[in-house]
Design a protein around this ligand. Structure first.
Ligand SMILES: CC(C)(COP(=O)(O)OP(=O)(O)OC[C@H]1O[C@@H](n2cnc3c(N)ncnc32)[C@H](O)[C@@H]1OP(=O)(O)O)[C@@H](O)C(=O)NCCC(=O)NCCS
Length: 168
């Protein structure tokens, strides 16, 4: 699979068929590449491999052979944590992040909660989560390390989505 090579914005139209599927360890190279493009604190390839082997779930969206988005989640008891979600920049704002998260909701309907942390400055991601029904439930102070010398660490906004499952 390839994750680069797009030089101009790729606007989707009805003729473009995106393919959503569960990922596996064979997708690590493509996920690693998109991970590096998307996060200032990118994970190493080994970390990604370790979490896949530990049973994290990987949801993928492809345009042909091109990996254009992924969502990585971890189940902890009856909670599911969204660890990472990323959409290739040329494919953003076309509903793909929302689609991947809704797919997670469907797959995890037996869980009680879906949780995540997001940078306080990442208003776009927060808007997507709010639109999907997540609520801001707290703040973790200085959760993200400073990106550069002289900068301060950044707070994380903690967001929660209650599934319809009742906790007994
Ligand atoms: C956050 C991210 C995954 C969103 O994916 P996406 O496919 O672009 O999002 P969608 O197109 O599904 O957006 C759904 C809604 O969320 C909101 N939204 C998404 N991105 C937004 C932005 N940059 N600014 C404002 N609102 C935004 C909008 O309400 C949007 O609906 P609209 O386009 O009809 O207005 C993507 O921007 C990304 O990969 N960012 C880099 C990595 C990252 O920040 N991950 C999240 C870490 S918690």
């Amino acid at each position: 699979m390839i994750v680069n090579g797009l030089s101009k914005s790729k606007r989707l139209n009805n003729s473009v068929a995106l393919h959503y599927r569960l990922g596996n360890v064979d997708d690590i190279d493509a996920v690693f590449s998109l991970n590096q493009q998307s996060f200032s604190e990118a994970w190493s390839k080994k970390s990604l491999l370790d979490v896949m082997l530990a049973g994290f779930d990987l949801y993928i969206c492809e345009d042909g052979d091109l990996l254009i988005a992924y969502l990585l989640s971890q189940d902890i008891l009856d909670e599911t944590h969204i660890m990472q979600i990323a959409v290739l920049p040329d494919y953003q704002r076309q509903g793909i992040g929302r689609q991947l998260t809704q797919w997670l909701f469907n797959n995890k309907s037996e869980q009680s909660l879906i949780l995540l942390e997001v940078r306080a400055s990442n208003k776009g991601a927060q808007a997507m989560y709010q639109g999907l029904g997540f609520q801001h439930i707290g703040t973790r102070k200085a959760y993200y390390k400073a990106r550069n010398i002289g900068e301060t660490p950044e707070n994380a906004i903690v967001m929660q989505y209650m599934t319809s499952r009742k906790i007994i």
